[in-house]
Design a protein around this ligand. Structure first.
Ligand SMILES: [Fe+2]
Ligand SMILES: [Fe+2]
Length: 191
């Protein structure tokens, strides 16, 4: 039975929690673009891309790059090449966020749609790879004391730069913007 035990690590669970919030916001952006309602929701598009600039780029990607990946590389070196590529994908995501914000500032609706679609596709692919391939491999190899150390580093990083209630603030933003743009319970209705 030992091989059926799933190892869970808090440093991974917290990254998955971030992913849930990011996906929720990406889904709202994707739905606006898919249904061609971008011109009606330019202000909300800006709010969501600004949110991604902070929560995804400055917070989530920074946690992966500063704390999780370096520790994981030591204890799970077979993922080195993959993690180097993931870091490059973070750089791409940052460039895409900047371009999407430029498009919003220019008021060009079709450009906003194009940039947003690219960003949603890029991040959906990236998150899916981390969730399905990278996290399970690292979780299997990561020592418990390392896991707890990373968690402390995340907490310190958050408290210093974002406030100790940042998870709650970010989750509340994702729920509120989803309800405001799509109506309460939208994704539950189509699930
Ligand atoms: Fe990542
Ligand atoms: Fe991630």
């Amino acid at each position: 039975m030992a091989d059926l035990v799933t190892i869970m690590r808090i440093s991974v669970t917290l990254l998955q929690y971030d992913h849930g919030i990011v996906r929720q916001v990406l889904d709202v952006i994707g739905e606006i673009v898919r249904t061609h309602r971008t011109s009606k929701h330019m202000a909300e598009m800006k709010e969501m891309i600004d949110f991604l600039e902070q929560f995804l780029d400055r917070f989530h990607h920074a946690k992966e790059e500063k704390f999780f990946f370096p520790a994981a590389l030591e204890e799970c070196p077979k993922m080195t090449e993959t993690m180097n590529r993931l870091v490059e994908e973070h750089r791409q995501a940052r460039r895409m966020i900047v371009m999407a914000l430029d498009a919003v500032a220019s008021g060009d609706v079709s450009k906003v749609e194009e940039r947003s679609r690219e960003l949603v596709e890029h991040m959906t692919r990236h998150i899916t790879e981390e969730e399905n391939h990278v996290f399970p491999a690292v979780e299997n190899d990561l020592r418990e004391d390392t896991d707890l150390r990373i968690r402390e580093q995340y907490d310190h990083f958050m408290e210093e730069g974002f406030g100790s209630d940042y998870y709650q603030t970010a989750e509340a933003f994702a729920n509120e913007i989803q309800d405001r743009v799509l109506g309460a319970g939208f994704f539950k209705g189509i699930a």
